[in-house]
Design a binder for this molecule. Structure first.
Ligand SMILES: [Zn+2]
Length: 188
C-alpha cells in the first residue's frame, strides 16, 4: 500500500543510511525545514529507522549532539559530492563518534535477516558515522551527489547504471521539477 508522504515525515527511501540523518533537515538551500524539533522526534526517528522498538527518553542535550553530528555528516557529504577536502572539525566530530560501539546485530524470527539494535543514542550516531566512513573510502564515494534542486541540497549516492540520477528522490524533488517544467512549457 502506498501512503502519501508529508513534509514532516522522515526520509528513508532512496537515502543511504549515513544521509538519513542529514535528511532530517529539509529544504537546506532555502528556509530549512526542521524534522527534529523536540527530543520525542528523535525517539520517533529511531523507531522508524528500525533501531528501537519503543520510544526512548531523550533530552535537549541529546538533540544538540545529534544535530552537531548531523551537520558534520551533511558537510562531509557535500565535500564528497563536490570533490572538496573534508573540514578538519567535521573529520574530528565524525571520528570521535565512530569510536562508540555501534548497535548489535539481532537475528529476525525467520532466521534469515538481521536487524540492528541499541538503546544508546551515541551508538546510533556511531553507526551513521561508520557508514559515512565506509562510503567515503569505498568505490561508491565517486558517486555521492547533491540533489539538483538547489533549495534541497539533499545528499545521495547515485547507484543508477548510467550514473545520471539528479534528484534525492523522484517523489519529491524530481516530481517538483517535472511539474515546474511542464508549467513553464520546458521539456523534461
Ligand atoms: Zn532533493
Amino acid at each position: 500500500m502506498q501512503t502519501r508522504r508529508t513534509k514532516k515525515d522522515f526520509r528513508f527511501q532512496y537515502v543511504r543510511l549515513c544521509f538519513t540523518l542529514p535528511a532530517t533537515l529539509g529544504d537546506r538551500g532555502k528556509t530549512p525545514y526542521e524534522r527534529l524539533n523536540v527530543p520525542e522526534d528523535l525517539a520517533r526517528w529511531l523507531i522508524e529507522l528500525g533501531i528501537s522498538d519503543f520510544a526512548l527518553q531523550f533530552c535537549e542535550d541529546d538533540l544538540v549532539m545529534t544535530k552537531r553530528v548531523r551537520e558534520a555528516i551533511q558537510r562531509a557529504g557535500e565535500a564528497l559530492a563536490t570533490a572538496h577536502p573534508l573540514d578538519g572539525k567535521d573529520l574530528k566530530e565524525i571520528n570521535a563518534i565512530a569510536m562508540v560501539p555501534p548497535p548489535v546485530p539481532q537475528l529476525t524470527e525467520d532466521g534469515r535477516s538481521v536487524i540492528w539494535k541499541t538503546t544508546e543514542l551515541r551508538s546510533v550516531l556511531s553507526m551513521i558515522s561508520r557508514d559515512l566512513i565506509d562510503l567515503a573510502t569505498g568505490p561508491l564515494s565517486a558517486h555521492v551527489k547533491m540533489c539538483a534542486n538547489a533549495s534541497c541540497r539533499g545528499i545521495f549516492v547515485d547507484e543508477s547504471r548510467p550514473k545520471n540520477r539528479r534528484w534525492c528522490s523522484m517523489q519529491t524533488c524530481g516530481n517538483q521539477m517535472k511539474k515546474f517544467r511542464a508549467r513553464k512549457g520546458v521539456k523534461a
